[in-house]
Design a protein around this ligand. Structure first.
Ligand SMILES: *Cc1c(COP(=O)(O)O)cnc(C)c1O
Length: 440
């Protein structure tokens, strides 16, 4: 075999290949100008993408290490039903999660419906009438407002006589330590800290910054329980909030740690007594974590966790590409094109409902599933205004898959995230550029 001949005809370098690629994009409605614009920007991001690959590599090792240590075996994938007593797969998976997050215990269940449910379970498990909950880092995620009772709601913490204090961030986005310390009283039992920005135009917090806040809170009140809402933050940095002092860390399996394969579920990791309290709250006193069938879903939880580092890496590359493109087009983006990432969310301040809707329609149009559907702004449970959500996903509402959503209100920003593969994220972004350019 003539190796020289093979390497010199490297298909990736050949003009013929480029031509076919452009033709395929063109066939799918992406003009040559847009492909050129995106590829030029992409080629300037090689170094950053390399760094993301390193982070994926690091998490891949940590996850495989935890799976080896806990002797994950084929028997773990067996289906349990009914009460789910002695479910080896479920119990082993919880040990794997605890090791990955470097905590004592974990609760990882298909019975936890979503992120909001996992957060509600944790708050309801840890707070008792007369206690107060503190949000020291500004407003929590929209759906938590009803859990807390900030917006009156049936079954809220407020209905059970649990108080709530919220300290807004300072103008510069930093924690307002003076007012935080004033709000900590002997009644303050739990502090809730949200890592990701949610539907706010603020920075997402890095784990080290979260660690500083926790240290200040614990200096003031050593027994305060610090909970971190880790939704969208997993495996982005090289540590997790549980390694910087958080007592309990909570997230959704249809976001980062499910790797796009988990069809539902949530996780809560942390100290043993706190996780036991969550198990009791999820199920029933006396039964706690010993019941809960895995219903044949458990293999997807394992495999999703295994895939998660690379999937999160793909989503991050897509987010960085989008930030750089939209920044060049003159839009305000958070994070900006250069910033280090703390989560997979990219906010783009488009400034009008029309543009927000066009962006979401283009993401939907690029999807592998339901691409022919048109997302519309809609009143959603848990939100106080109409929300548009584009998610042509294999798992309903999964936002580790390429997706975009936006509350239809000022300042008209769209929140873009996910992408199980980088080429798909890239195509989705190109489709939004096409849609916006045809608006003008
Ligand atoms: C998505 C999200 C939630 C809620 O999760 P759901 O699965 O949609 O209920 C809570 N907090 C943050 C920061 C989120 O991004």
């Amino acid at each position: 075999m003539d190796i020289k001949k093979i390497s010199s005809s490297n298909i990736l370098e050949s003009d013929n290949f480029r031509k076919e690629l452009f033709l395929q994009y063109e066939k799918m409605g992406i003009s040559k100008e847009i492909v050129d614009f995106v590829e030029e920007t992409e080629s300037s991001l090689k170094k950053r993408f390399e760094k993301i690959d390193n982070v994926s590599e690091y998490w891949q090792l940590r996850i495989v290490d935890a799976m080896r240590k806990n002797k994950v075996s084929e028997a773990c994938f067996n289906q349990s039903s009914g009460y789910g007593y002695n479910d080896l797969g479920r119990d082993t998976l919880e040990k794997v999660y605890a090791d990955v997050f470097r905590t004592k215990s974990a609760l990882v269940r298909p019975q936890i419906t979503c992120g909001t449910h996992a957060l509600a379970i944790t708050l309801q498990a840890l707070l008792r009438p007369g206690d107060r909950l503190l949000s020291p880092a500004g407003k929590p995620y929209d759906t938590l407002e009803e859990v807390i009772g900030k917006r009156p709601s049936k079954g809220s913490l407020a209905e059970f006589g649990i108080g709530y204090d919220e300290i807004p961030l300072k103008e510069d986005g930093n924690f307002d330590y003076d007012n935080i310390l004033k709000a900590v009283t002997d009644k303050t039992k739990v502090a809730t800290i949200q890592k990701s920005k949610g539907y706010q135009l603020r920075q997402s917090f890095g784990n080290d910054k979260i660690g500083e806040l926790i240290a200040v809170l614990k200096r003031e009140k050593p027994d305060i329980i610090c909970m971190v809402d880790n939704c969208y933050g997993e495996f982005v940095e090289i540590n997790e909030p549980s390694e910087v002092g958080a007592d309990v860390v909570v997230g959704s399996l249809i976001k980062n740690p499910g790797g796009g394969l988990a069809p539902c579920g949530g996780y809560i990791v942390g100290k043993e007594d706190l996780i036991e309290a969550c198990g009791v709250r999820l199920c029933a006193p006396g039964l706690s974590r010993e019941v809960g069938p895995s219903l044949g879903l458990i293999q997807s939880f394992y495999q999703g966790l295994f895939m998660a580092p690379v999937v999160v890496g793909s989503a991050l590359k897509g987010a960085i590409l989008a930030a750089n493109l939209y920044e060049k087009m003159g839009y305000f983006v958070i994070p900006d094109g250069k910033e280090e990432r703390k989560d997979i969310i990219q906010a783009v301040h488009l400034g009008s409902a029309e543009k927000v809707i066009a962006f979401c329609k283009a993401i939907q149009g690029a999807a592998p599933v339901d691409s022919h559907l048109m997302p519309q702004p809609w009143a959603m449970p848990g939100y106080d205004c109409d929300v548009i959500m584009a998610a042509g996903a294999f798992v309903q509402g999964s936002s580790i898959e390429l997706s975009a959503d936006a509350p239809i209100k000022e300042p008209y920003a769209v929140y873009f995230q996910g992408g199980l593969t980088y080429p798909h994220a890239k195509f989705g972004i190109m489709n939004t550029l096409s849609a916006l350019s045809s608006l003008n």
